[in-house]
Design a protein around this ligand. Structure first.
Ligand SMILES: Nc1ncnc2c1ncn2[C@@H]1O[C@H](COP(=O)(O)OP(=O)(O)OP(=O)(O)O)[C@@H](O)[C@H]1O
Length: 401
């Protein structure tokens, strides 16, 4: 309003000079300046409100305000004394600057912390690497000791398993007594007299022995496969003596009655999985079908393969799969009998009828075994050997004799 009042005399003077046009132009100029002033004031009020909002959050930044105020540029404030809101803006700017400095200091601190933690992590990694190499050494020693124990216990083991009587079968048994390692059989002596004969094995399993018990004794030797040993396992016995049951299990399989083959497979795969970080194993399975003379078994000569061709055999019909690589125990579950190869080592399982052993193994072994088995059809032998190729039976014979 004051501006308007101050401009009115000028207009009057202009009118007095008679220059109406000039007066009109001046009038318009004044109006424009007045509008500009009003809008500047409005802007100023807006900024004031903004600064008030900023200052309202001041109490929680009291420390910062104390720090900022001495830094105010007083010269600038003098120059802008006509616009007090600019001083407020200056404070606001100082706040921002201080925040920026704090953030930068925080960043530097975090960076230092990060570097320190990185160094600690490096030290931990180093000690982990040391522990890992120590673990590997201990593992190697452990494996050596384990295998030494197995050797001391005997690399060749022969187990005898007596199956239970079938329902409806006579309860008269030729087995007189079973002890831990001995089995005493009733034999027919001279002049019709009853005689006894005792045989000693690594262990004798009675009719009540579970599949788990039989496997637990063979397991340590089978595990040697993964440490570079060759392992061969075979079941020997007359028809119906329980070879298939011991090696595979009954027709309807469940976890409880699975035989040595299935258990050995899953044990080997489990162990290979556990040692995954330390060793890499390649496991392959090859199956040799010895039914109907369709193919020869690995390691056998043609005549023997022919002698296996008896239709009456209940050997499982197996797909002709050879040297297939498997990554889990489930895949070769149906592939029995089978050979396992781990690197250059193998684990072989075979079943034999006594007669079939005549040619590959020799008459001597047949006589020894059949003298036992002729007394009873209800027991089979489980022969397990380490570092012994299937047909080098000399150590087996020595053991049995
Ligand atoms: N320990 C056992 N417990 C229960 N049943 C058994 C046991 N051993 C064998 N059997 C049963 O006896 C029968 C004959 O066993 P199995 O088929 O294993 O004999 P085998 O020696 O393999 O005979 P073959 O040489 O004719 O094939 C099967 O019905 C099997 O389930």
């Amino acid at each position: 309003m004051r501006t308007r009042e101050s401009t009115t005399p000028c207009l009057a003077d202009a009118r007095d000079d008679g220059s109406l046009e000039w007066a009109t132009r001046m009038d318009r100029g004044c109006e424009t300046r007045e509008h500009r002033s009003v809008s500047e004031r409005r802007d100023g009020a807006g900024r004031d409100q903004g600064i008030e909002v900023c200052l309202m959050s001041g109490p929680d930044k009291s420390e910062e305000v104390k720090f900022v105020v001495p830094l105010l540029d007083l010269d600038l404030n003098k120059r802008v004394h006509a616009c007090p809101w600019k001083q407020e803006q200056k404070i606001f700017l100082q706040f921002l600057r201080h925040d920026l400095q704090t953030a930068r200091a925080c960043m530097e601190f975090m960076q230092m912390e990060y570097l320190e933690e990185l160094q600690i992590l490096g030290k931990h990694m180093h000690s982990f690497a040391n522990v890992a190499s120590g673990y590997r050494t201990v593992l190697d020693e452990n494996r050596k000791l384990y295998n030494q124990v197995q050797e001391l216990k005997g690399s060749i083991r022969v187990y005898c398993r007596v199956r239970p009587n079938f329902s409806g079968q006579s309860s008269i048994s030729t087995v007189r007594c079973i002890e831990d390692e001995n089995i005493t059989l009733i034999t027919s002596g001279r002049y019709g007299k009853e005689g006894h004969r005792t045989f000693t094995f690594s262990k004798v399993f009675g009719p009540s022995a579970s599949q788990e018990e039989v496997f637990s004794d063979t397991q340590p030797l089978i595990r040697s496969v993964l440490d570079g040993y060759n392992v061969c396992i075979f079941a020997y016995g007359q028809t119906g003596s329980g070879k298939t049951y011991t090696m595979s299990g009954p027709n309807i399989l469940d976890a409880q009655n699975m035989g040595v083959n299935y258990r050995a497979l899953s044990d080997l795969f489990n162990l290979a999985e556990k040692r995954k970080g330390t060793f890499t194993y390649e496991i392959s399975v090859s199956i040799d079908r010895t039914h109907s003379s369709e193919r020869m078994s690995r390691g056998f000569k043609a005549p023997i393969a022919r002698s296996l061709s008896r239709e009456s055999y209940s050997l499982p019909l197996l797909p002709a799969v050879n040297d297939c690589f498997f990554s889990s125990a489930a895949q070769p579950a149906a592939a029995i009998p089978c050979f396992f190869y781990s690197s250059r080592c193998s684990f072989s399982c075979y079943y034999f009828q006594p007669l079939l052993l005549l040619q590959p193994i020799g008459f001597l072994l047949y006589q020894i075994l059949s003298s036992l088995l002729s007394a009873t059809v209800a027991s089979c032998l489980l022969l397990i050997s380490r570092c012994c190729p299937l047909l080098s039976v000399a150590p087996l014979l020595a053991h049995i004799c």
